[in-house]
Design a protein around this ligand. Structure first.
Ligand SMILES: Nc1nc2c(c(=O)[nH]1)N[C@H]1C(S)=C(S)[C@@H](COP(=O)(O)OP(=O)(O)OC[C@H]3O[C@@H](n4cnc5c(=O)[nH]c(N)nc54)[C@H](O)[C@@H]3O)O[C@H]1N2
Ligand SMILES: Nc1nc2c(c(=O)[nH]1)N[C@H]1C(S)=C(S)[C@@H](COP(=O)(O)OP(=O)(O)OC[C@H]3O[C@@H](n4cnc5c(=O)[nH]c(N)nc54)[C@H](O)[C@@H]3O)O[C@H]1N2
Ligand code: SF4
Ligand SMILES: [Mo]
Length: 744
């Protein structure tokens, strides 16, 4: 038996832990945390430990599937599958134009090397306005807030977890999610270290989560009211003379004092379900701490006031003097060259056809994709290219998409599974296992709490004849460019490399001004065209070797010699480098955001106290919608149940395991109840990503414990209007005890 060990960064969540993987005869037999990894130092969670099970899952597709006229699928060769995609997409664009093809890019995109490196060019070549992604199910409110405040929608300030004295967490459960928009390996260890050095952790969450268990204080807020709480905090800071004017480089401090009027702690307390005294204490603690950071995630983003809340998180960081400083919040910094926006942020350059929702960052809200597919007329979506997305389970009112997708003329999925969504595809192109793909965190490296660079070569060679995910994407780019899918996929990378080199060597002031692009290109190293493109990004980045101009700087060859990665130090203040608003200043009160305050004010007055609201739950052993087929990660505590407060359960006569019917505006589910003292009364919590066992899907283990889809209850007509983001938290529902299962 041939045994060997390889290192690889985990692709299963944003924490990017370094793994040490043992293979016996090329089969994974053990996965451990890599103790020598410069960033994660040996940490791993149960998901990472199961990476071998993902790799060996017998339901993973190994060959492309093409739909037969009778509805079933045939396994075909790769050339035949690409030819079918070429015919299908071309047929739709020739008949209906480019906008008839929609693109969806799902969450795993940011966990691969290949996908982010082809997405921009693919979008550009498709030339469609119908671009959608998980961003509008997740981070877009933060992007819109950062876009208007700093000019760059991808400039996210990150809490400096290792140096802060006080961390206020709203709507996030990093003990189980391991962090998001905040790449922190070993979140549990780092949160415990914060407390051990005398720091304070406060968690605002309607549910007493495992993060709340660890905290000094848990504030059980009423769902959907964080913007009001943060306004109450900002108001207290001004009223009590604790707000600090950030001075030159910032605009809107005086206006902010005016905007928060009417949101005193006493005004917001009832709506938030938090005593005014607590609101004031939260403010005073932030002001008094030597350093402090406020962090908000899904419970603040995917609500009806997601952008307002995301903006206020940053506002509070700024007016407590904690912005852009060690121990406060600092902008992330990727070690490789990244694309800055060409102009300051704005939204609404185009609008969606049916609901006239504004474009943001080149995307339309995923919440309106079903409208665009179902509504006939000029510009109707007729084809979908779905890359790493499970829309049926992940998007609001997913059951509606489940019904709409079969109406498309053509649908192609790049996905390893025949699942709830891909079962509607015309062609499925399965990428190889993560262990057969090289890895570098193109996106997450820029959101890391410590600057670091790590490259993982493929753990195992690709099976002969099997295209890499990069090749799949390059061929899709060829098709979108009007070329033959059978063309040379390397030509896509070559063209992009040439473009970058010409800019780096040609423009006045460019880092390699005067050098010969062709000569530079010959210096690039890597096992294939994609790796050479990565080498170029590394060399041109802030830590790069600039082709010898910066001796000792990064390049791919150096990373390959350093399998445990290179630590580049803590984050540093760099506001002046980052901010690119039209004024050149950090905008504290962008009119596009403050214009939404009257809507919030009206809501504060009309909040009705009765009725149930539903919030989403993430589970430690789940990876969004696609891990329930892994036996080591399901069962036990990882099951689909409706948490209900013991108080409400008693009132409804519901005991553990009883079936309850939950009805939302869009549909209903029947699910076992789990009474708990972890929830505020009036709040229900359902995990998302379940609802398996559908006809035509091939997920044998998941089908044994299918659960129900939370997105059968969510309503796609409700979005945060400033960002178009779906509402997954604070969803009004009705609940009652029942005896019967519903039909699906
Ligand atoms: N009710 C409710 N709904 C939610 C949320 C919630 O909290 N509540 N959360 C939202 C959030 S934050 C997100 S990010 C979205 C996520 O929703 P999606 O963007 O749909 O992502 P996933 O559910 O992770 O599904 C990923 C798909 O990619 C496939 N896949 C896995 N690995 C790879 C790979 O390496 N390459 C390719 N090509 N495919 C791969 C999987 O098989 C799966 O089909 O869901 C959102 N939906
Ligand atoms: N184990 C695991 N880890 C994951 C994922 C996974 O599926 N499983 N998914 C990954 C993805 S795609 C993402 S985006 C991240 C998300 O990372 P997090 O945001 O940290 O994860 P969630 O568990 O969704 O946390 C949201 C919290 O908000 C609370 N909440 C709900 N409504 C409100 C509200 O109105 N106000 C406040 N203050 N709190 C509220 C919920 O109770 C929950 O505890 O996790 C990533 N990591
Ligand atoms: S915390 Fe995230 S990155 Fe680390 S092992 Fe678990 S799933 Fe992988
Ligand atoms: Mo997400």
């Amino acid at each position: 038996m041939l045994e060997r060990t390889a290192t690889r960064v985990c692709p299963l969540c944003e924490a990017t832990c370094g793994l040490s993987i043992t293979l016996s005869d090329e089969v994974v037999t053990r996965v451990k945390g890599n103790r020598d990894d410069v960033f994660s130092k040996g940490y791993l969670c149960p998901k990472g430990a199961s990476l071998g099970r993902f790799d060996s899952d017998p339901d993973r597709l190994t060959a492309p599937l093409v739909r037969r006229p009778d509805g079933g699928f045939d396994e075909v060769g790769w050339a035949e599958a690409f030819a079918a995609v070429e015919r299908g997409l071309r047929g739709v664009t020739e008949r209906y134009g480019k906008d008839a093809v929609a693109l969806y890019m799902g969450n795993p995109v940011i966990h691969t090397l290949a996908l982010p490196l082809y997405m921009l060019v693919l979008r550009e070549r498709l030339g469609t306005r119908n671009v959608y992604s998980s961003t509008t199910l997740d981070t877009m409110p933060k992007s819109v807030a950062c876009g208007w405040m700093y000019g760059d929608p991808l400039a996210f300030p990150l809490p400096d977890i290792d140096r802060t004295d006080h961390l206020l967490v709203l709507g996030a459960n990093p003990m189980e999610s391991n962090g998001s928009l905040w790449t922190v390996a070993d979140m549990p260890g780092r949160l415990k270290a914060l407390r051990a050095r005398g720091g304070r952790l406060v968690v605002v969450d309607p549910r007493r989560t495992r993060t709340a268990d660890l905290a000094d204080e848990h504030v059980p807020i009423r769902p959907g009211t964080d913007a009001l709480l943060l306004l109450g905090i900002a108001h207290t800071l001004f009223e009590e003379g604790l707000a600090k004017d950030p001075g030159p480089g910032f605009a809107g401090f005086d206006e902010l004092a005016v905007q928060v009027k009417g949101f005193a702690a006493e005004d917001v307390a009832d709506a938030c379900g938090i005593p005014a005294g607590t609101v004031r204490t939260l403010a005073r603690e932030l002001a008094a701490a030597p350093t402090a950071a406020v962090y908000g995630r899904l419970g603040t983003c995917t609500t009806e006031f997601g952008t307002l809340t995301s903006w206020l998180v940053d506002v509070v960081n700024i007016i407590t003097g904690n912005f852009d400083r060690p121990g406060g919040v600092l902008f992330g910094e990727a070690p490789h060259a990244t694309r800055r926006p060409a102009e300051p942020f704005r939204t609404g350059r185009w609008h969606s056809r049916v609901r006239a929702l504004p474009e943001t960052n080149g995307e339309l809200p995923t919440a309106t994709l079903a409208d665009e597919i179902e509504t006939p007329g000029e510009g109707q979506v007729r084809a979908l290219l779905c890359i790493a997305g499970n829309l049926v389970l992940a998007s609001p009112q997913g059951e509606r998409l489940d019904r709409a997708l079969p109406g498309l003329d053509f649908m192609v999925c790049v996905d390893p599974y025949l699942n709830e969504t891909t079962r509607h595809a015309s062609v499925i192109l399965p990428p190889p296992s993560a262990l057969e793909s090289p890895h570098y965190d193109v996106v997450l490296a820029g959101r890391s709490v410590r600057r670091n660079a790590r490259f993982s070569p493929p753990v195992r060679a690709l099976a002969p004849g099997r295209p890499s995910e990069a090749e799949i994407l390059a061929r899709l780019v060829l098709i979108a460019s009007g070329k033959s899918a059978a063309g040379d996929p390397d030509s896509v990378d070559e063209a992009l490399t040439d473009l970058t080199l010409r800019a780096a060597a040609g423009r006045p002031g460019a880092p390699l001004r005067g050098r010969e692009p062709a000569a530079l290109k010959r210096e690039l190293t890597g096992d294939n065209a994609l790796e050479r493109r990565l080498d170029l990004m590394l060399r041109l980045g802030p830590a790069g070797d600039l082709f010898g101009k910066r001796p000792g700087g990064l390049n791919l060859a150096l990373l390959k010699e350093t399998p445990n990665g290179i630590d580049l130090g803590p984050l540093r203040p760099r506001r002046e480098e980052v901010v690119m608003t039209a004024s050149g200043l950090v905008e504290l009160c962008p009119p596009a955001i403050t214009g939404d305050l009257p809507r919030l004010d009206a809501r504060m007055r009309e909040l009705d106290a009765g009725g149930f609201v539903l919030i989403s739950r993430r589970q430690l052993k789940s990876v969004n919608s696609w891990s329930h087929n892994i036996a080591t990660l399901s069962g036990g505590t990882n099951r689909c149940s409706l948490e209900i407060s013991t108080e409400d359960a008693g009132r409804l006569g519901v005991t553990a395991g009883d079936l309850v019917r939950v009805r939302g505006r869009a549909g209903e589910v029947v699910v076992p109840a789990e009474p708990t003292d972890r929830l505020r009364a009036g709040v229900l919590s359902l995990p998302y990503g379940w609802g398996h066992g559908r006809r035509g899907s091939r997920l044998a283990h998941a089908a044994t414990q299918p659960g129900v889809s939370m997105n059968a209850l969510t309503d796609s007509s409700v979005v945060d209007p400033l960002s178009g983001t779906a509402v997954f938290n604070g969803v009004p529902v009705h609940v009652e005890r029942t005896e019967a299962e519903t039909e699906r």
